[in-house]
Ligand binder design. Structure first.
Ligand code: FAD
Ligand code: NAD
Length: 482
């Protein structure tokens, strides 16, 4: 007989596991189905984020940053380091250990919250029926009052550079290199390309990034994107904009290289790489997930169609995270998971899609929330700009980490903060102060009147807020736009 649940969640990435835990906390009998298997063929929870996304990439970013610090930036502190060497295999093993610790943690959270974690591939066969097939091929049917789809996303392929998992890899393969490639090609100067390109450049790869668009980081405030391009180029990333990849050819032998053909404004070009990372975006993962008879609608890009509360066109089926519209970010999926769980019990929880923070974890980090200047201009909004450079922030100088700036945009008539854009040390954490402030509809003056600890990086946020209204104490810049 089919096992009965009030809620069945498909997928245990950040959107799915958070939804499942919140449902169970609210007293709903909940199962979460996950198909991901580790190398030992055991079910692992946590999805892309924990296994091959946010966490492992940050582990490598942190290791490679420490290596570069030890190699190049400790001497100014008077620390003499005579020999710095990198053991890439050990760095990868440390990353795997962190992944193991966190994915095991989800298992623990499921058991503490009484979520039934079920290993297997789920298929929705009717509006309240899910068929689960485990790794051995055994099937079981679950019935559910409500179904939450959180099946996530997978990397996009492009025909000229088919991934072979060895020389040509996607982001998952790029987290597994056992040695530093001498020449590394990256297709796509998006978030993954820049983060993983940075990791391997810090460890000594000659990195070439081929980006199809003429514009660098089009979603980022232009002033910050320009700064970022300069800084990353100084760090050794050779970023070629307007580069259209047309073909590739794998070499022969055990250690294959790859020849990549591309065109730029200068005409046809060729480059030879030891490894090539394809990082051209991700697509929603709905393969074999829903029987046609169920009638769930997808949009033109394959995302499951949902409304602002993540309800699909079938009233008892919801979808959250990367499999639906909006930015493909773990925290966005988590908040959607909480919203859906709480709305099942008639709470009025909402996600504020206007304030989803974004971060690129290069060094320095690039972080933003709300509107940028280009968007405000397009909307004909009058705004003031306050900015402050880390170059005159005491704490940043003390840490020898003073590149970048904080930039705040505020409505010219109400002073309400409309956007915050930071490139600099700990930008992600600094930005969060503004996300909270903006959730409370703060004005730049509110931030200006708040006391900030000294010395702290966050004083740059304080000074940028003071600069909006022309009274930064330590030379902030103010600009009015009418
Ligand atoms: P996923 O995490 O993709 O999880 C979906 C789960 O569903 C998977 O475990 C999958 O196996 C399972 N599943 C799918 N179909 C079925 C089925 N039929 N039956 C059973 N199970 C199924 N985002 C950030 O916010 N910050 C970052 O720093 C960040 N870094 C990233 C770095 C990299 C290299 C990558 C690739 C992504 C990164 N992301 C980051 C994006 C982030 O990982 C995703 O936005 C997030 O994981 C989406 O969560 P999700 O729960 O919607 O889907
Ligand atoms: P992306 O959309 O950020 O960047 C892809 C880039 O590839 C774009 O600049 C695009 O113009 C370029 N591109 C596309 N086709 C191309 C082609 N044929 N040749 C050359 N360039 C091409 O996607 P991504 O970097 O793959 O990341 C996928 C998702 O994962 C993103 O949506 C992101 O939100 C998420 N992610 C987030 C973080 C983070 O929050 N720090 C980190 C990694 C990934």
């Amino acid at each position: 007989m089919a096992k009965q649940y009030e809620v069945v969640v498909i997928g245990s990435g950040p959107a799915g596991y958070v939804a499942a835990i919140r449902c169970a906390q609210l007293g709903l009998k909940t199962a979460c189905i996950e198909k991901w298997l580790n190398k030992k063929n055991q079910t692992v929870y946590g999805g892309t984020c924990l296994n091959v996304g946010c966490i492992p990439s940050k582990a490598l970013l942190d290791s490679s940053h420490k290596y570069l610090e030890a190699q190049q930036h400790l001497d100014v502190h008077g620390i003499k380091v005579t020999k710095v060497a990198m053991d890439v295999a050990l760095m990868i093993a440390r990353k795997d250990k962190i992944v193991g610790q966190l994915t095991q943690g989800i298992k623990g959270l499921f058991s503490a919250n009484k979520v039934d974690g079920i290993g297997g591939t789920a298929r929705i066969v009717a509006a309240n029926k899910v068929l689960v097939t485990d790794a051995e091929g055994a099937e079981q049917e679950l019935t559910a009052d409500k179904i939450i789809i959180a099946a996530g996303s997978v990397p996009t392929d492009i025909p000229p550079t088919p991934v072979d998992g060895d020389t040509i890899v996607d982001s998952t393969g790029a987290l597994e290199f056992q040695e530093t490639p001498k020449r590394l090609g990256v297709i796509g100067a998006g978030i993954i390309g820049l983060e993983l390109g940075s990791v391997w450049a810090r460890l000594g790869s000659e990195v070439t990034v081929l980006e199809a668009l003429d514009e660098f980081l089009p979603a980022v405030d232009r002033q910050l994107a320009k700064e970022a391009l300069k800084m990353l180029t100084r760090q050794g990333l050779n970023i070629k904009l307007g580069a259209r990849v047309t073909g590739s050819k794998l070499g022969k032998g055990a250690r294959k290289t790859v020849a990549v053909e591309f065109t730029t404004a200068d005409g046809e070009q060729k480059a030879q790489f030891d490894k090539l990372i394809v990082a051209v975006g991700r697509r929603p993962y709905t393969d074999a997930l829903i029987d046609d008879a169920v009638g769930i609608e997808l949009d033109d890009h394959g995302f499951i169609k949902v409304d602002d509360q993540c309800v699909t066109n079938i009233a008892n089926i919801y979808a959250v995270g990367d499999v639906v519209r909006g930015p493909m970010l773990a925290h966005k999926g988590m908040e959607e998971g909480v919203m859906v769980a709480e709305r099942l019990l008639d709470k009025k929880t909402q996600v504020n899609y206007a304030l989803v923070p974004s971060v690129i974890y290069t060094h320095p980090e690039i972080a933003w929330v709300g509107k940028n200047e280009e968007e405000l201009k397009a909307e004909n909004v009058e705004y003031n700009v306050g900015s402050f450079p880390f170059a005159i922030n005491g704490r940043a100088l003390a840490a020898n980490d003073s590149e970048g700036m904080v930039k705040l945009l505020a409505d010219a008539s109400t002073d309400r903060i409309l956007g915050c854009h930071i490139i600099g040390p700990s930008a992600a954490d600094l930005l969060q102060q503004l996300v909270i402030a903006m959730e409370f509809s703060a004005s730049a003056e509110d931030i200006g009147l708040t006391m900030f600890s000294h010395p702290a990086l966050s004083e740059a946020v304080h000074e940028a807020a003071l600069a909006v209204n022309g009274h930064a104490i330590h030379i902030g810049n103010r600009r009015k736009r009418k």
